[in-house]
Design a binder for this molecule. Structure first.
Ligand SMILES: Nc1ncnc2c1ncn2[C@@H]1O[C@H](COP(=O)(O)OP(=O)(O)OP(=O)(O)O)[C@@H](O)[C@H]1O
Ligand SMILES: [Mg+2]
Length: 267
């Protein structure tokens, strides 16, 4: 089979609960359902991305065992052997560990600490197996998130349609501009508005304010509030696998088409 050019996308925003993990998991699943080969990387000690595909017992086993991202980064190892298959075709995962809470300390003692994840992913990229590597970042902006951004071609910024969701966005744009000094290939692929509640006017205002940042792409697809997302997460499934007819399943599929199109266009 022909080798693929692997594109890496980070999901980042230091505002907690903005929809990073939900977007990473569901976009990843939708891309895989479209036939793209996807590797998800759980970069957060909350283990939420891993919990989106595996039950609690399995996720805790990954976290307590050897094969998790924390151990790989600590030992500065190649990540190939850390990949596990999810129950879904075309969709693999590198699980996380609760020990990721101490990752900043581990990084502190290392040389060239911003590029450890990049070096760990090198062979996986060179293998040409994946179309996409999607990395879920924690709600912080320290050395670990720098690692995630330094290995990414793009980042997607999920923003919750709320006043405080909007408040942090300008700072994030500025932060990303600064990151580009050490991660020159990084590009903000776009902002995705999440948890839009049609009953509230504020959501529309979020969209209008974001459109004022003319140099930034705001994805046309808006992810609205949908309780099926939480039910799906409760069952350790992406929403499309849990309930295909759910509104958010359709929205994440639309977002995946937009993301895929924009990545192909910018290649
Ligand atoms: N469209 C949606 N409709 C309803 N609930 C949602 C939606 N998107 C996300 N949620 C819920 O909002 C909460 C936060 O989402 P999520 O965990 O994806 O955000 P996050 O940015 O990854 O958070 P953190 O910063 O803690 O990593 C979760 O409980 C999730 O179930
Ligand atoms: Mg998260």
């Amino acid at each position: 089979m022909a080798k693929k050019t692997t594109k890496t996308i980070a999901f980042t925003n230091n505002k907690g609960g903005s929809g990073k993990t939900t977007t990473c998991a569901n976009l990843g699943y939708s891309l895989s359902a479209m036939g793209r080969k996807v590797l998800l990387v759980d970069g957060d000690m909350q283990l939420n991305l891993s919990l989106s595909f595996f039950g609690e017992d399995e996720v805790l086993q990954f976290a307590a065992g050897e094969k998790n991202l924390y151990n790989a980064v600590k030992k500065e190892e190649d990540l190939t052997d850390y990949v596990v298959h999810t129950p879904y075709e075309n969709l693999d995962l590198i699980p996380s560990s609760t020990l990721m809470s101490g990752i900043e300390f581990e990084l502190f003692t290392k040389w060239q600490r911003e590029t450890i994840l990049n070096r760990g992913l090198k062979k996986i990229r060179e293998s040409g197996v994946y179309d996409y590597i999607l990395i879920d970042a924690p709600p912080t902006l320290g050395g670990w998130v720098m690692n995630i951004l330094c290995t990414s071609d793009y980042c997607i910024l999920p923003v919750e349609a709320s006043p405080w969701g909007l408040f942090g966005v300008a700072n994030m744009f500025e932060f990303l501009e600064n990151v580009k000094k050490v991660a020159p290939k990084l590009e903000l692929l776009g902002v995705v508005i999440t948890k839009m509640d049609a009953r509230k006017n504020y959501g529309k205002q979020t969209l209008e304010v974001l459109k004022e940042f003319s140099e930034v792409t705001v994805f046309d697809t808006v992810i609205r509030v949908d309780s099926e997302i939480e039910w799906a997460q409760d069952h350790s499934k992406p929403v499309m696998a849990y309930k295909k007819s759910a509104r958010s399943a359709g929205e994440y599929l639309e977002l995946a088409k937009e993301v895929d199109k924009n990545v192909r266009r910018s290649r």
